[in-house]
Design a protein around this ligand. Structure first.
Ligand SMILES: [Zn+2]
Length: 470
């Protein structure tokens, strides 16, 4: 009898444990297996890059790419819908920066986003170091074109581009040129500000080699004359986020997003084609193998991140009455190496457990707690919503061409996409059933403390994005 009871207990325990292990592992195995075997995110990204091109918000290329994306989702029976909105946009025109003295040279310069049109003018150039206010002492820049270095100044925080533009304008300069700090004749695209207002003066990125040429002439005391004109212009644009929703048992939902737009001067393969492509496969995996969850899920391809997080701001605004319990952001997500709880440290044990159980992946960065700004999770963080991202590795040539013309499809690593799809789909499935998220939201006071704790308050204030008062 005793033996029988022991046997029965052992048998019950075995059945209990194995059924528990089965229910988890089976879904995980399916998600991970299919992420490697049936994954077409690489082919999708190739189409986006090669058939549409750079996906700058408000352009026909961006629209075409999003239509390709929507069709490819439809082929997988995934019905995504557009959520359109109007925001301040910008159209690139034929802009010109030309040296007329002492040598003649049409520079390969590009205007920064929100640089508004100005008629052609000629002016002398002045070198103003890193662009700090004190560097203008004893320099007369009124009516001139200021040249500044984008390198990191020794021993102090560099100026943000917006700050350097405002300082130069305040000193009376007529335009500002930023020298790209990386050699290789590459321009660095970027927005002139996050508010969508025309920059006070035209702002350009100059490549390193041409910038150094100008800087040498100026520091040698030579006169330099430039001819400059801006045909680019600020204008309102209609654009859209692409959203795919899977209802759960409750209306509370988790949002997993990646920005779809890129700069126009490249294919935006790494920034953020890879995040876009991973999200494409994660949507397929969750729909196919893990469709029933406690929480609802919105998969969102945000537009207009590069110009100032417009898509995520608008999504957060348009869905202000939805109860969002978590947000996962993928921006330039490469080969997974761990997880980031972004200041929401009560979720560290959950991610530690996840990392521990994903034993076949090299998640050696572990679980980090390191929030950052300037990507699509920020509008959700401002609402106190727990926000997470993947720690991930990118190769040197993936990072090197950030925001430059070299960010092209040839840099994409297919294996990284599959690995990320496997890890992220499992993470999303687990989050979609993690009931502690119902109580994860922070108050505005707690969020202000969180940003202060990680010294992000200064940066947000400098970008005019701080919403918490003093
Ligand atoms: Zn990005």
């Amino acid at each position: 009898m005793k033996n029988f009871l022991v046997t029965l207990t052992v048998l019950t325990l075995y059945l209990f444990c194995s059924s528990f292990a089965q229910s988890t592992d089976d879904t995980w195995n399916r998600l991970a297996g299919s992420a490697f075997i049936d994954n077409h995110s690489f082919d999708l990204l190739e189409r986006l890059c090669d058939e549409a091109g750079g996906r700058m918000m408000g352009t026909s290329k961006n629209k075409k790419a999003m239509e390709i994306m929507k069709q490819e989702l439809e082929r997988l029976s995934i019905a995504a819908h557009y959520e359109t909105f109007n925001v301040p946009g910008w159209q690139r025109g034929e802009d010109k920066v030309k040296m007329t003295y002492p040598a003649e040279k049409d520079f390969n310069a590009i205007a920064l986003g929100y640089a508004d049109s100005v008629p052609e003018f000629e002016a002398n150039a002045v070198f103003a170091g890193y662009g700090f206010s004190e560097e203008y002492n004893e320099k007369d820049v009124k009516g001139k074109i200021v040249l500044v270095s984008s390198e990191r100044p020794k021993g102090k925080e560099p100026l943000l581009r917006y700050e350097a533009i405002d300082i130069a304008a305040e000193k009376g300069a007529k335009a500002i040129l930023f020298i790209n700090e990386h050699p290789g004749t590459l321009n660095l695209a970027g927005t002139g500000n996050f508010q969508g207002t025309p920059t006070l003066i035209p702002a350009f990125s100059l490549n390193y080699e041409e910038g150094m040429w100008l800087k040498r002439l100026l520091t040698n005391g030579k006169d330099v004359k430039l001819d400059l004109s801006v045909k680019s212009r600020c204008k309102e644009v209609e654009t859209a986020n692409l959203v795919y929703s899977i209802p759960g048992k409750v209306k509370e939902k988790i949002v997993i997003g990646a920005h779809f737009d890129s700069w126009d001067i490249s294919q935006g393969a790494i920034d953020n084609g890879i995040g876009t492509a991973i999200l494409f496969d994660v949507a397929r995996l969750i729909k196919t193998f893990a469709e029933s969850n406690y929480f609802s899920i919105d998969f969102v391809w945000f537009n207009g991140e590069e110009f100032g997080l417009w898509g995520s701001k608008m999504y957060a605004e348009m869905h202000r009455n939805d109860r969002i319990v978590a947000m996962v952001n993928m921006d330039m997500t490469g080969e997974p190496t761990g997880f980031n709880v972004m200041g929401f440290d009560q979720f560290i044990p959950f991610f530690n457990d996840l990392k521990f159980r994903l034993n076949g992946f090299d998640l050696s960065s572990g679980v980090v707690n390191y929030p950052y700004t300037n990507s699509d999770h920020i509008p959700f963080m401002f609402k106190g919503i727990p926000t997470f991202s993947l720690q991930a590795h990118l190769d040197e040539d993936m990072v090197k061409y950030y925001h430059s013309s070299g960010d092209t499809f040839d840099k994409v690593n297919k294996k990284y996409l599959s690995e990320a799809s496997a890890v992220v789909s499992i993470m999303v499935k687990e989050l979609a059933n993690l009931k502690m998220l119902e109580k994860g939201k922070k108050t505005p006071e707690q969020m202000a403390d969180l940003f202060r704790k990680f010294h992000l308050d200064e940066r947000l204030k400098r970008q005019k994005e701080w919403i918490y008062g003093n």
